[in-house]
Design a protein around this ligand. Structure first.
Ligand code: ADP
Ligand code: MG
Length: 564
């Protein structure tokens, strides 16, 4: 043995491990799902690298995952003949949380076990879930392409340190061995492990093998035979007929591709044939990931070509405003050696992207129409991102506009629940515009003095306070032929809505206050463009407006804050 080294976990890992063991204990068998998921990813990566470098397969091209247990040692081992890990890989991947948002994650912890478990779930549990049931974990691994003598043994008790030693390993790939804690003997059973594998990992496209067992009546126990059998269906879930896939299987597959602990909100699964041939299985998560706003750190849709994994996070397959979508797209047309650069120019990719965008929009429309609660949940998590679509995806602007939801003077509180169609349906006789006011916060918007006259006349006003709203509205001038108009801008033409008496009253008022207006103009001089008598206000004596074609005060403040 040489090259032994003891290292400390990243400080956060220690904290996370501790939290996870306590919060996820009630669902402890998920460790198996996570380890099988990693083994499957490792095989995918190898298969992909082997397209260019077939020598990596070293004559062993039957990729598979194996699960074993040893009653005497009290261990469970999950092994694969996938890509494996070098010393550097192991240190980087098993000793750190290589994800962004870690700090934010810790700042959100509440100490409430249930809430925290959910948060940990959102964050992803992965490899560390082993420690829920194991007091010690060892990882024996040899990276494909490295010699026998450059394998590594990584060991840790999950208490804050891990050791890494250079060892020999005859074959490529990784074996993760869990030394079970006291009281976790239920996992030392072929029946139990098979049951968990079928429940959580049936969707895995590689064979998951276990040793055959049979009843020995003399010993009166199950004994293992020296023969492997496959315990899952071992074909890619998305290639199966919809009718043959249960909701549970769809959900477990989601957890695998999305590295999420929670169920998805909704999904859409289709095979497209014709000019372009591909299968898509796309999911909408329940929660926004920690790094939703970090445009670089996303894990989007996985690309497969004829069932061969090609890449994670193929951002060309969906527009940026749908970056929260997870799943797989399997193309029958792309070449196996397709690169990110090639994807950018590919006509096939363009077709897939348009098709997938339409599918997701249909799925959202369907939720909005038939499952309002779910859609509200969706909107709370991802509404702000969808708003980006109004400017980004001109071809689908109309459809996206229908999906938008707003806070409004006709709705309760700050929740964004009102669609533009709802608004139009409630428009007053003679009203031909959609009115909105935007501000830094919901409170500021809903207390705007500009609202007074609208309240008095019973006209609905949308209350906008998200950062993207102004930008979005610069791309959305109208909806179903109705102009969207800021009530904070000049020249509000409410006349068509006034009755004869009001009009008469207005011109009298204007006449009466002419001298005052003149005096104000002189007093304010250069500071203002104009002073007008207005019918907008009910309780406030005066308000500032900008010209119709100028930046709104809110946008102006935002630009100033940004140093422009
Ligand atoms: P995730 O799978 O979401 O990346 P995990 O915590 O499950 O997170 O795994 C961390 C990393 O460890 C993986 O991304 C991978 O790089 C590495 N890893 C884990 N298991 C294996 C394995 N069986 N073979 C090769 N690499 C692995
Ligand atoms: Mg994983």
């Amino acid at each position: 043995v040489h090259g032994a080294e003891t290292l400390g976990f990243q400080a956060e890992v220690k904290q996370l491990l501790h939290l996870m063991i306590h919060s996820l204990y009630s669902n402890k068998e998920i460790f198996l799902r996570e380890l099988v998921s990693n083994a499957s990813d490792a095989c995918d990566k190898l298969r992909f690298e082997a397209i260019d470098k077939p020598e990596l397969l070293q004559g062993d091209a039957d990729l598979r995952i194996r699960v074993e247990y040893d009653k005497d040692q009290r261990t469970v081992t999950i092994s694969d003949n996938g890509i494996g890990m070098s010393r550097e890989d192991a240190i980087a991947n098993l000793g750190t949380i290589a994800r962004s948002g870690t700090r934010e994650f810790f700042s959100q912890l509440t100490g409430d076990q249930q809430k925290d478990a959910q948060l940990i779930g959102q964050f992803g549990v992965g490899f560390y879930s082993s420690f829920i049931v194991a007091q010690k974990v060892s990882v024996l691994s040899r990276r494909a392409g490295l010699p026998e003598t450059e394998a590594i043994l990584w060991e840790s008790d999950g208490q804050g340190e891990f050791s890494i030693t250079t060892v020999e390993k005859a074959d490529r790939g990784t074996a993760v061995t869990l030394y079970l804690r006291e009281g976790e003997d239920e996992f030392l059973s072929g029946w139990k492990l098979r049951e968990i594998l079928r429940r959580y990992s049936d969707h895995i496209s590689l064979p998951i093998q276990m040793l055959k067992e049979e009843w020995d009546s003399e010993k009166s126990e199950q004994v293992k035979k020296n023969e492997w059998e496959t315990v899952n269906q071992a074909n890619a879930l998305w290639t199966r007929a919809k009718a043959d896939i249960t909701d549970e299987q769809y959900k477990e597959f989601y957890k695998h591709v999305a590295h999420d602990y929670d169920d998805p909100l909704a999904w859409t699964h289709n095979r497209v044939e014709g000019r372009s041939e591909y299968t898509q299985l796309l999911y909408i998560p329940k929660h926004a990931p920690m790094d939703l706003w970090d445009r670089d750190a996303r894990r989007g849709v996985k690309l497969y070509v004829r069932r061969v994994f090609i890449m994670d996070d193929a951002e060309q397959l969906l527009p940026t405003y749908l970056r929260f979508v997870r799943g797989v797209i399997d193309s029958a047309d792309l070449p196996l050696n397709v690169s990110r650069e090639l994807l950018q120019e590919s006509r096939d990719v363009k077709v897939i992207r348009e098709g997938s965008t339409k599918r997701i929009l249909s799925l959202l429309e369907d939720l909005a129409e038939n499952q309002a609660d779910k859609y509200a949940e969706f909107w709370t998590q991802f509404g702000q991102v969808i708003k980006e679509g109004v400017g980004e995806d001109h071809a689908n602007k109309e459809r996206i506009a229908k999906l938008l939801r707003f806070a409004s003077t006709q709705a309760e509180g700050s929740a964004q629940t009102v669609s533009l169609a709802d608004y139009v349906g409630r428009m007053k006789e003679g009203q031909d515009k959609i009115y909105y006011v935007s501000a830094d916060s919901f409170a500021a918007a809903s207390n705007s003095p500009h609202l007074e006259i609208f309240r008095k006349k019973g006209l609905e006003v949308l209350l906008l306070s998200d950062r993207v709203d102004e930008w979005m509205l610069s791309h959305l001038r109208e909806f179903e032929g109705k102009q969207l108009v800021s009530i904070a801008k000049g020249g509000l033409d409410l006349d068509t809505l006034a009755d004869e008496e009001e009009k008469k009253h207005q011109s009298e008022v204007a006449e009466t206050f002419k001298p005052l207006v003149e005096r104000l103009k002189t007093a304010l001089g250069e500071k203002v463009k104009d002073v007008r008598v207005t019918v907008r206000l009910v309780d406030s004596p005066a308000c500032v407006v900008v010209d119709e074609h100028e930046l709104s005060p809110h946008l102006m403040r935002m630009l100033q804050a940004a140093g422009q």
